[in-house]
Write a protein that binds this ligand. Sequence first.
Ligand code: NAD
Ligand code: DAO
Ligand code: ZN
Ligand code: ZN
Length: 367
Amino acid sequence: MKTRAAIAYKAGTPLAVETVDLEGPRAGEVLVEIKATGVCHTDAFTLSGDDPEGAFPAILGHEGAGIVLEVGAGVTSLKPGDHVIPLYTPECRECDYCLHPKTNLCQSIRETQGQGLMPDGTSRFSIDGTPILHYMGCSTFSNHTVLPEIALAKVRKDADFEKICYIGCGVTTGVGAVVFDAKVEPGSNVVVFGLGGIGLNVIQGARMVGANKIIGIDINNDREAMGRHFGMTDFLNPKDCDVMEAIMDLTNGGADYSFECIGNVTTMRQALECCHKGWGESIIIGVAGAGQEISTRPFQLVTGRVWRGSAFGGARGRTDVPRIVDWYMDGKIDIDSLITHTMPLDDINKAFDLMHKGESIRSVIKY
Ligand code: NAD
Ligand code: DAO
Ligand code: ZN
Ligand code: ZN
């Protein structure tokens, strides 16, 4: 079939919206009509050329929601008409990782997904016979896309695509890091570095589980109002104060949990070292540029602080994403306020401009 998609031909250039050829689903695969997709910082990271796994030409986008149109041979868990959210972290429920209780990093299709290919090593997208690569197994910047069955979460039909697409990455990454990975306890003092599309979701996750102080840090003062709306109790701008000193004062000795949601190795160190001696845990969510390294004095760990990371919020997509859609529909989390801009696919480059200028939290493309 033919469909419309935004193509990333090479790093550092705007996306080109064109008609592409899409082959139908093979065995174990599903054809999905994408109804809406968010534009995430990670799409911009790959487009910039800083992503060591980034390959071109490709159809980016990994934060979508849509409807199943057709299923390939052997697909049993989905049928045409089902509403779905694509998963860049799949859940096969069979591999060693899926069967291990401590990780959500299903590895069953990791190698081909990282190469921009379907599990059989080929692409379903092409233009004039030249293959175009998939991206993070999702390629939601295409109106139609093909995914493996194990990379689709089936969700309820009464939720708006243009809101729940954000659960495909940002919401789950932030809220999940609090709930599934850190397992923040009620009454905890939480510090969040970076109040963008991920950090604000960490804040609302912390509020949902009953955190005590929720301290937000950002160099952009415009983020304070949004942070407070989501439950932030204190705001610190590193340009105006010594954040480490201020955190120690506000928390009586350090954070129970800190979350780095920027991707900056200097703030990663601060996030660890602002944790309480003896028990504070720091969770890295931000993705640093290729080749960057983190450092601290090992005595920080010897004296009880814990340094760890979180991918896709520790969520097992097919199991947890439908639950997060329920949390949204039940009013436990707010997505609507975070979607600051919506636009058609033809305007997708504007979404990247708004992100780079710090003017949007989330832009959503409506097909
Ligand atoms: P964003 O650009 O929306 O937000 C980043 C925020 O950090 C902005 O508000 C910015 O003003 C602030 N900031 C920048 N430098 C700062 C500094 N030195 N001190 C304080 N604040 C600073 O980005 P996002 O979409 O929220 O993504 C955040 C990070 O999370 C990115 O690195 C992204 O790639 C990563 N990410 C990780 C996962 C995962 O599963 N681990 C998933 C999605 C995104
Ligand atoms: O299993 O090695 C692996 C890959 C896991 C991918 C997790 C991605 C998390 C960070 C990337 C940002 C996603 C938007
Ligand atoms: Zn698996
Ligand atoms: Zn993302």
